[in-house]
Structure formats: structure tokens, C-alpha cells
Design a protein around this ligand. Sequence first.
Ligand code: HEM
Length: 455
Amino acid sequence: MTKVARLAPGPRGHFLLGMLPAIRKDPLQLLQRLAAEFGDVVRMRFGLVTAHMIACPDGVQRVLVENSKNYGKQTRGFLKLREILGDGLLTAEGEPWRRHRRMAQPAFHRQRLASFADTMVREAERTAGRWQDVAARGEVLDVAQEMARLTLQIIGRTMLTRDVALEADRVGSALTYLLHAANRRMSRVIDLPQGIPTPGNRRFATALRELDGVVNQIIAERRRAAQRPEDLLTLLLETRDEETGQPMTDRELRDEAMTIFLAGHETTANALTWTFYLLSRHPSIGRALRLELEREIERAPSFSDLPRLKLTRAVIEEALRLYPPAWLISRSVTQDDEIGGFRIPGGSIVFVCPYLVHRDARIWENPEGFDPDRFGPERAASIPRGGYFPFGAGPRQCIGASFASMEAQLVLATLWRRFRLDLVPGRRIEPEPSITLRPRHGMPMTAHPWTSDGR
Ligand code: HEM
């Protein structure tokens, strides 16, 4: 790194809090405005912390891929998540992370995942069955809630062979509570450390203990079981580190199970919710999708149908471009670096923002438009590295990307084959950027079985 690198430009912000108040109000709009005003590398301050937002493909590559060793996970967001997830794949670093990634990778291999496809379709069919009744009564669905329930059920079944979407299921409800609590804490200006016994902290600790108790019990039962179901937990329990031959300890299994549970459902639920939103706003693409599904699938979709469902796949990819569920990825800078000619000091924070880069007019023609064709074979080749990264990039890229993409395609194919969804007129739909990008007021829609003339 050269000594001549300049300080990046950026806003002044509040004299004490820097950009904290502004980013809490409307982060998407703020970050877009800052990129337009200051360029690809924007310096800002959050209280005492200096942060840089990196909004160009080369910078994204530098942080996530080329110099990824220099960019760690000691950021506020990851530290909060670590209170729940411990040293699972998402939050661990260094050797413990490498070991886990090695051990967990085979469980996420595409061929392995094929065995989960039927479960995904079965659960989506159950949702379709409910929608049939709701549609007949002419009632409104909150598709955001529907997708949250469906993906929670899918991850519960594929990971634990368990019905976690039942109201009474302690895993589902404790985890949902903890996630909301962590989410709230992350957006607070001042947050009391977990050790201080405020009522909120005590509730958090109780929910965490309860969840730990249930998960540990599931792990213990699974270890003893003579016949284990073929789910993700069994795969993790039976995996051995190829270097040391050691299995995962109970603690490691607990952290990994919680991580996959968390990382594996809300993101996919949001991706599907925005997909339905976009299809309802673009009826001609919705009809083309329906035609593909009618042409390519006989009864329920299956794993072997996926290669033929090209538009289905492109629709999901395009929805992930416009509404990337992981809309912001943060890193802590270990040592000084240089990006775009600007100095990135060690000890500071960087953000790379898929939401911004995915809507950059220098990369994307008609960036705000919904155009799944851009992911067709001819045009996809021109997307630069670091220009499209809904699943992150480099060594810390999403381990569940194939799982998620298969799940999203199968759920979309199952539901869109049977129903068209219409937004309820007059409702405001806006993205709320918390840990994931979700619709702030839900997604009220009505479901309509397709008529024989494709309407
Ligand atoms: C559309 C759905 C999904 C999206 C958009 C998504 C996005 C991401 C992103 C951006 C990262 C990288 C975070 C970073 O670099 O800091 C990540 C990591 C991760 N994701 Fe996903 N994800 C999705 C679904 C899933 C699913 C279904 C699973 C598991 C079944 C999963 C498990 C994980 C794990 C364990 C990590 C940490 C990987 C590591 O650091 O080694 N994700 N995901």
C-alpha cells in the first residue's frame, strides 16, 4: 500500500454521532444519495467509528475476494449475531471458520441437496392448498408472512426433520423472538452490553437459554438414535474433518444448527416475496412464466425439471438483483488498504452494498427495470465480477446459495403454476432495510387460480 493514498470524500454528519441519525432514518436512500454525491468510495463516521461505503465492482472484489483476509467480521452487526449464533459459519473467523466450512461443505453439495427437493415442493403444495381456500373466499394474503412461514417450515424439515412452523414449536418461536431482538439492538445508537440485567437483556438471555436447551436436546437425541433421518443435522453430525478426522462437538453442532436456521430462511422468504411483488407489477412476464411452467412441468415440479426452467431461474436472479435480501455486507478492516485510490485505514469498517451496485447504471441497462432476460446466456456474460453478488463473494460466500436458489425456484414453480398474485391496490410497498431487506408493511396480495386462457 502506498503512502500517497488520499482520504475518501464524504458527508460531515452530526458533530457527535456522525451519520448515525441519518442512516437510521432511511439507509437505502441515504447510501444512494451519498454514492451519487461522493462517488464509489464514501467516508463517513458513526459516533467514534470511521466507515467507508464501497460502491463499485472493483472495490467489492478487493474486499470480498482479492484481499479478503484483511477484512474481518468484527463489526457491530456480526458481534450482535454472535451472541445468538456463537461460532457458527456466519460469524466465526480464522481457523475455527475454515474447519467448519471444510466440514459443512459436503452437506451443501448440489447432488446432496437434490434429496431435499421433494420436501420443498411438498411444503409449497401445502401452502398452495391453503391459498386455494383463501382465494375462494376472496381474502387477502400477506405474502411476506406466507413466505416466512413456508421457508421456516422448509428449513425445519430439511435440517431437523421437524415441524417448526407449528405455533407451539419452541425452536421456531424462540428463534424468531431472538432474531427480532437482535435486529432491534443492531439499529440502536446506544446498546447496553448483554451482561447488564435490564428487562430486555433478561428476556433475551431467557429466550437464548430456552432455545439452547431445545437444540441441545435435539442434538443429544440424534446422537443416540439408532436410525437417523437424512437431514442436514445428521449430515453435520456424521461429517469428519478431512485433516484431523474429528467430528463436530455438541457446541459446534449447536452453533451451526442455529446459524443455518437463521441464515437459511428469512433471506429466502424475502427473495420470494419480492419475486411475487415484481411479477404482479409485470403481468406479461408473469404470463410468460406461467407458460414455461405449463410447458415444462407435468404435475408437481421436481429437481430434474430445474435445468429446463430457464425463465423461472432468471426471474429469481433478477429479483435478487433488485431486492438483494442481504442488502449490505459489513467488514472490519485489519490493516490499511487502498481502494479506488483512497486510503482505507486499519481499525475502520467497510460496507459493500449489493443494493447499490445492483442498481448502478454503469453496469446495468435500465437498472430500475425488471428484466429477467439480462440473466439469459447472451447478456449474463457481460456482468462484471463484483457487479452482482446477492450471495456475497470470495471465501465467505453463502454456503447455502444452491440450496436457496433451488428452494426459490421450486417454490415459485409450485405456486405460480397454480396462481397469479395481484397486489392489493392502494397499499404502500416499501423495502425496510434491517438485517435483511423486507417489505416494511408486509405484502398484501390476492391469489387467483389461472384461467384456461392464461389470465
Ligand atoms: C436467497 C437466499 C439467501 C441469500 C440472499 C443469502 C445471502 C448470503 C450472503 C450475502 C452471505 C455472505 C455474508 C458475508 O459475506 O458476510 C451469506 C452467508 C451464509 N449463508 Fe446465505 N443466503 C441465502 C440463503 C441461505 C440458505 C438457504 C442457507 C442455509 C441453508 C444459508 C447459509 C449461509 C451461511 C451458513 C453463511 C455463512 C457462510 C460462511 O461465512 O462460510 N444462506 N448468505
